[in-house]
Write a protein that binds this ligand. Structure first.
Ligand SMILES: [Zn+2]
Length: 391
């Protein structure tokens, strides 16, 4: 530990030594220099005695803040933050801000850096106050607004996130519409959980105003209609999801089947599945991994079509379902072989994710609208098999 701390502070010691030397070259050696030299030795002594914080205080004092050394202070602060030594980064930046002779530009930069330090330390309220101050001063606007959005997302304060995202959009002219729609969907889901259908409708309307193509909004609209037993409306919403976002087809199959059943129109669902097969969505149908679909796809001709389509988009989930579909009309020996095969595929299932992030490759068994890894919205999609290109 001592060695690590010594290594961490060696650059500080080297820098302070260099700056002290530089200063001494500029002016003649005088009594004024002696205390600095003493301090430097005292700092090294603190380091050797495992008192790195006292050493840091001394080294900070040794680095006289002027136009020559200010960038060194910023570099040191940033270095400490990157190393995870946030307390030290905070002390450096607070020390800079406390200097009355600091220029406006450097003061604003120090405020920004201190905001980043607090973010890294997880002290979000202090970070928020600093970024708000910068925004009110119209300084470092893009970064400050981005950090505020990040803070409100972490705090799940969606109203504030919407306001700041809109402010970011106005300032940068970059569209935040899909993200704002997700914020409204978060509010709509809260309303759904609190059984407030009117509030939910209001938020969904605002989500659609922000982003007409929001698949999450359409799914929530369908869910709301289903809960209200408005099955025909729910069917319309689910079909719209498949039309506009076919990659989400696997998400709608089971609820759609329930809607058709509730209307007494199971035959319509069978026809819907036939259309899916014609659109080469057989692998997606199987990937829903549900024996409930077996009753709609028992025709050997359909199963052969699915098997052909699965060759182009194989996945363990789809193969598992296909094996189950094959059970029917199999001889006892074929059934034994199929069961053996099914058990092997079952072992592969645990290793296959149901959802993947298109942006960073993050894999999960449940759906995330905000990727936990790359922190982008709407980039996690249902996995519908590996694409195989046959030459
Ligand atoms: Zn991601």
């Amino acid at each position: 530990m001592t060695l690590m701390l010594l290594c961490a502070l060696l650059p500080v010691a080297a820098l302070s030594g260099y700056l002290a030397a530089k200063k001494s070259m500029r002016s003649e050696w005088s009594h004024k220099n002696l205390p600095t030299s003493k301090d430097y030795l005292a700092g090294l002594n603190f380091l050797l005695n495992e008192q790195p914080d006292k050493a840091l205080e001394l080294f900070i004092k040794l680095l006289e803040v002027d136009s020559d050394t200010i960038e060194t202070h910023f570099a040191l602060g940033s270095l400490f933050r990157r190393r995870g030594e946030v307390d030290r980064a905070i002390r450096i930046h607070q020390n800079l801000i406390a200097r009355p002779d600091l220029s406006r530009a450097h003061r604003l930069q120090a405020l920004l850096e201190l905001g980043h330090d607090y973010m890294r330390a997880g002290v979000l309220d202090r970070a928020e106050a600093l970024f708000q101050e910068l925004v009110s001063l119209k300084a470092h606007m893009r970064l400050s607004l981005q950090c505020l959005i990040d803070i409100y997302q972490q705090e799940r304060d969606w109203d504030k996130a919407i306001n700041v995202a809109a402010q970011f959009e106005r300032y940068t002219s970059e569209s935040m519409a899909p993200v704002i729609a997700h914020y409204y969907c978060e509010l709509a889901e809260l309303a759904l959980n609190q059984a407030q259908p009117e509030q939910m409708s209001r938020y969904l309307k605002l989500a659609l105003q922000a982003d007409q193509g929001s698949v999450r909004t359409q799914l929530l609209q369908a869910r709301q209609a289903y809960d209200a037993k408005q099955y025909k409306t729910a069917i319309r919403h689910y079909q719209r999801v498949k039309l506009k976002n076919p990659e989400f087809t696997a998400e709608i199959l089971l609820p759609l089947a329930r809607c058709y059943d509730a209307c007494g129109e199971s035959e319509q669902f069978r026809m819907f599945l036939q259309r899916c097969l014609q659109e080469e969505l057989g692998a997606v149908i199987c990937a829903t991994f549900s024996s409930q679909l077996a009753q709609y796809l028992s025709d050997p001709h359909d199963i052969n079509i699915i098997a052909e389509q699965l060759q182009k988009r194989p996945s363990a989930r789809a193969i598992y379902t296909l094996i189950e579909l094959r059970f029917k009309d199999s001889s006892p020996e074929e059934t034994r072989n199929l069961m053996l095969l099914r058990d092997i595929v079952r072992q592969l299932l645990g290793k296959e994710a149901a959802y993947y992030c298109e942006q960073c490759g993050f894999a999960a068994q449940t759906m995330y609208w905000l990727c936990p890894s790359c922190k982008n919205w709407g980039v996690v999609k249902p996995f519908s098999g590996f694409k195989v290109t046959v030459e």
